[in-house]
Design a protein around this ligand. Structure first.
Ligand code: C2E
Ligand code: CA
Ligand code: CA
Length: 728
């Protein structure tokens, strides 16, 4: 008797495990299918085709369907016809198991039911399909065939000597129902599946188990133990039943010994079958896992990675281009494109390192996400630039929003115990007012941002004026490409004089007269040339031309004075800049000690480690370095200390005010003093009148340049100027 009980318990375990694996396989399949249906861009027809294929390949499955979280059918396999928009949740029991599904990470098995659309008995299985963040995308459902004639456990070919019974854990009414029976005897499916176990019998079993194991049914459930019992009244004389609970799928697996004695051979073959099944299952599991997790997930991961910025986790440009059309379509109304650029961010990277810079960028991203609602698209455009598509703007005061945004971003950043402040420039364009084309909107917002940059911590809306400028710029670019060849570019020279009014040097200033555009200011065409890669050629031309012309003037008049050349950052940063320069100097036999290079402060925010050695080797050649437009840009005293400079050029904007504005005068005074401390000369540029001149002389400024003495001159005019001066 005891031996029979052991065998029974061992077989309970085998059957329960096989069943557990079987359901786990279904579980995986639903996940895989659900993800496949919900991830790709399949049409409903394609989804249905996919489900039909599954029905064909899984003979144990009756049908498949995909539902939304509200229980409405989205698509089903075509062997069933569910009325459009049919909802599962009208039935209380179904609602109970559906809600369980939404709360569970595992597949949830419903009560065995008669499935009307197919006219067959099925075990419903449902699985919530979630995205990477755990949000439910939909519910994948299937029905396992469970007729008298066909059911999935039959396929295990298990022992005819045992009665197998699967009992579902109690339902919302506290009733136990049969999920499956292997032997119907004379009963119909209705009688077996639709009526609950008799309360009296359930209680009797609970009582017996308690007597035998001193454990409640809940304890037995939790401890995963196999139990067996004998009951003459329930099972007949000398009969056993063994059972085990499967927590994952909330099932009791019950094996009842049949009337005939146990056939050992069959049992053994069942055990072998079961272990083969386990091996097969492990293979299947591995396969599905590979498919489900590696393929689907890694595909999704790859897409995610490709469309998101690694550092801030914000979507990137690729994402933007992929989704912007549907974003616009879903909101075919007014919206704004915001182009956001951090001010002086490069400075932080250079001075404090990229780790700090990265942390600040992450914080900026966090602030943006907090500032805007989820319906806006926030993109990291790259570097320290962000793009935001902002909708629902009817009731928004855009000026206020921009001010608040700037305030939010320019608030203190705390990184590794240090406080940082950065500014932000913001440009905006509006759909459909400015354009209906996304690329244009982006480019317009960018243009507006550049305008804002001139003020810093500022915002600007794209305007009609900017549109004209944009058109002009593209004209400029077009014409500039042929300017050198057409000999349209030439130079003028503006005298620089000392305190006594004697000529000490000239600054070469480029001029461009185009047949179509007329005179174009160097402020414009130099910038365009820099941005379009034309600057290399133009820069080289200017150096060559200036050295040649000035050498001629010096030789013809036997005078010596210095020549200042403006060198743009792009030009300067070219690897062979110095080599190229020295080649021309030698070619023209120009006196190196008469040459000064004017560089701007923006150079100092470029790569410091590269700039300083380059400046030093230039100085070793005997060529001087002048810092142009001093005071307008980013420079700080620390930069002045690091860069080997000979001269500071005080920007015209400071000179303008020195007569009336005491604070401007004080500022210029301190610049002159600082320069003296660092043993640099000072050049005041844009000096237009006597009063300015007197003050500058008083402050101890070394060199004066401006219309007061002379406008930029052609070489002929320069010769006249020098002759006149030496006659005085
Ligand atoms: P910059 O180097 O600051 O040149 C001084 C500008 O101020 C010149 O304008 C000059 O004509 C102007 N200026 C000089 N004195 C006075 C004055 O008393 N009153 C007024 N109102 N203006 C005065 P320009 O020639 O239009 O050049 C503008 C800018 O274009 C230059 O500013 C420089 O940044 C750039 N640039 C000019 N030529 C070249 C060049 O050959 N290479 C490079 N890279 N940049 C150049
Ligand atoms: Ca200059
Ligand atoms: Ca200047």
């Amino acid at each position: 008797m005891k031996k029979a009980a052991y065998e029974l318990e061992a077989n309970v375990q085998i059957v329960a495990n096989s069943l557990g694996y079987k359901f786990a396989e279904q579980d995986l399949m639903l996940s895989y299918v659900g993800r496949e249906l919900l991830s790709g861009k399949k049409s409903v027809a394609q989804q249905r085709k996919y489900l039909d294929l599954l029905v064909k390949n899984y003979p144990s499955m009756a049908a498949f369907g995909l539902l939304d979280v509200n229980g409405t059918f989205l698509v089903t396999s075509s062997n069933i016809h569910v009325p459009k928009g049919a909802n599962l949740l009208t039935n209380n029991t179904v609602r109970y198991y559906f809600e369980k599904t939404l709360q569970s990470n595992d597949m949830v098995i419903g009560k065995t039911v008669f499935f009307k659309p197919l006219g067959r008995w099925v075990i419903p299985i449902r699985k919530a399909i979630r995205d990477d963040n755990g949000n439910i995308l939909g519910v994948m459902a299937g029905g396992i065939l469970n007729d008298k004639n066909q059911n999935f456990i039959d396929q295990l070919h298990l022992l005819s000597k045992y009665n197998i019974l699967i009992i579902k854990g109690f339902d919302n009414n506290g009733e136990y129902y049969r999920q499956y029976v292997s032997t119907f005897d004379s009963f119909s499916e209705e009688e077996i599946y639709l009526s609950p176990l008799q309360k009296k019998n359930v209680n009797q079993i609970k009582h017996m188990l308690y007597k035998k194991y001193q454990q409640s049914i809940e304890d037995i459930q939790n401890e995963k133990t196999i139990v067996s019992f004998e009951s003459a009244s329930l099972l007949g004389k000398d009969q056993f039943a063994g059972m085990m609970y499967n927590k994952k799928y909330d099932l009791w697996v019950v094996l009842k010994q049949g009337y005939k004695s146990i056939n050992e051979a069959i049992l053994r073959s069942a055990a072998i079958y079961s272990s083969i099944y386990i091996v097969l299952f492990v293979l299947m599991f591995w396969l599905f896992k590979r498919l489900a997790s590696s393929e689907v997930k890694s595909k999704r991961d790859l897409i995610y990675q490709a469309e998101h910025d690694e550092l801030t986790k914000l979507p990137n440009r690729k994402y933007m281009y992929k989704h912007i059309d549907s974003w616009i379509q879903s909101h075919e109304q007014e919206f704004y494109v915001l182009y956001l650029d951090l001010d002086n961010f490069k400075n932080i990277n250079d001075k404090f390192g990229h780790t700090i810079g990265d942390k600040i960028l992450q914080d900026v991203a966090r602030r943006l996400l907090k500032f805007f609602s989820v319906s806006e698209m926030i993109i990291r455009q790259g570097g320290d630039e962000f793009i935001i598509f902002l909708r629902d703007i009817q009731h928004v005061d855009m000026d206020e929003l921009c001010r608040e945004l700037i305030e939010t971003i320019s608030d203190i950043y705390l990184v590794e115990g240090n406080e940082f402040r950065i500014g932000m420039s913001l440009g905006l364009s509006c759909y459909p007012k400015d354009s209906r084309n996304v690329n244009e909107l982006l480019s317009f917002a960018d243009t507006a941002m550049y305008k804002a940059k001139q003020h810093k911590n500022y915002y600007t809306f794209f305007s009609e004026e900017m549109r004209h400028e944009n058109v002009l710029r593209s004209d400029v670019e077009h014409e500039l490409r042929a300017a050198l060849k057409n000999e349209e570019i030439f130079l003028m020279y503006q005298p620089q004089v000392d305190a006594k009014g004697c000529l000490v040097g000239v600054e070469a200033l480029a001029r461009w007269k185009n047949r179509r555009l007329g005179f174009v200011s160097p402020d414009i065409f130099i910038e365009v040339a820099e941005q379009t890669g034309i600057m290399d050629d133009i820069g080289e031309f200017i150096i060559q031309k200036a050295l040649k012309e000035i050498k001629e003037v010096q030789e013809s008049l036997s005078v010596s004075f210095s020549l200042s050349l403006n060198i743009s950052v792009v030009q300067f940063m070219k690897n062979d800049f110095l080599e190229e320069l020295m080649r021309i100097v030698e070619e023209e036999k120009f006196d190196k000690s008469c040459l000064t290079l004017e560089v701007t402060e923006s150079l100092s925010i470029a790569d410091f480690d590269k700039i300083v050695p380059l400046l030093e080797s230039i100085r070793e050649e005997g060529i001087e370095i002048s810092l142009d437009d001093f005071g307008t840009g980013y420079s700080s005293l620390s930069i002045l200390r690091k860069l080997p400079l000979n001269e500071l050029k005080i920007d015209k904007s400071f000179i303008d005010g020195i007569v009336y504005d005491v604070s401007e005068r004080k500022l210029v005074q301190s610049i002159v003093e600082i320069a003296k401390n660092f043993e640099m000369e000072t050049v005041a540029e844009g000096v237009e009148n006597q009063e300015q001149l007197e003050i500058l002389k008083e402050l101890g400024c070394n060199v004066i340049q401006g219309y007061y003495y002379s406008k930029p001159l052609t070489t002929d005019q320069l010769v006249q100027y020098i002759k006149r001066e030496s006659n005085d």
